[in-house]
Design a protein around this ligand. Structure first.
Ligand code: GRF
Length: 220
């Protein structure tokens, strides 16, 4: 238990990714555990989810700080107090700065509900639908100073179906997010991720090979 990787998770809203990580951790499927949850919004349901599992839940309002850097310095202090080793952004609706990144080098992850570099930023699922894309998905990546630009760890694709709405597509993607984030965290916990430039090398991983996902299906 004490040897498990200590995760500090930052969220702003519902926290379904947080829940998925907590559940897998409690089931013994992760060599990691969430040691604190910080939100910038007092009404984030993620806080309630953390409390239900006995995890310290902290509201740190960005309104109490005059700059992003000062906010991040306060975040760093909190995360360090809890012995955090990996910072997991899960629906955290704030731009983070070098202050956080330099305190946790190569140890800040994010999840984005699109196959990056397509559709970065806000409303990614709506962007994909409106573009007429046939595949959507999610991306887990290390965070750098850009918005949704850091080295990619895992991508998982889902089809966009003819009757999809933003809600139906978001739900389909979210289920993949829950699987993908836990997988990325486990690979990190096992020391199997190495960043080489823009690439993340995953040791001992079986690649997908020649199999693929097409929408609509294509014959070989
Ligand atoms: C997810 O779609 C995530 O990719 C995006 O914000 C959403 C957070 O959902 N960054 P939840 O709060 O984890 O339920």
């Amino acid at each position: 238990m004490g040897m498990k990787l200590k995760i500090g998770l930052l969220a702003s809203g519902n926290g379904s990714n947080l829940q998925a990580i907590i559940d897998r951790s409690e089931q013994g499927l992760l060599d990691a555990r969430v040691v604190c949850v910080v939100t910038n919004r007092a009404d984030a349901f993620a806080l309630e989810r953390a409390r239900r599992h006995g995890i310290p839940a902290i509201h740190l309002s960005h309104r109490d700080f005059s700059s992003r850097e000062e906010y991040d310095a306060s975040l760093v202090k909190l995360l360090r107090e809890h012995g955090v080793q990996l910072v997991v952004l899960a629906g955290f609706m704030r731009i983070i700065t070098r202050v956080l990144l330099e305190a946790f080098p190569a140890a800040v992850m994010n999840i984005h509900p699109a196959l990056l570099p397509s559709f970065p930023g806000l409303d990614a699922q709506r962007q994909a639908l409106e573009h007429g894309a046939k595949l959507a998905g999610c991306t887990v990546h290390f965070v750098d100073e850009g918005t949704d630009t850091g080295p990619i760890i895992i991508q998982s694709a889902v089809p966009i179906l003819p009757d999809d709405t933003v809600e139906s597509l978001s739900h389909r993607i979210l289920l993949r997010e829950h699987q993908s984030y836990s997988r990325a965290i486990q690979l990190y916990a096992l020391g199997r991720l190495a960043i080489q430039g823009r690439r993340v090398i995953i040791t001992g991983e079986h690649a997908l090979g020649e199999s693929s996902l097409s929408n609509p299906a294509v014959s070989q």
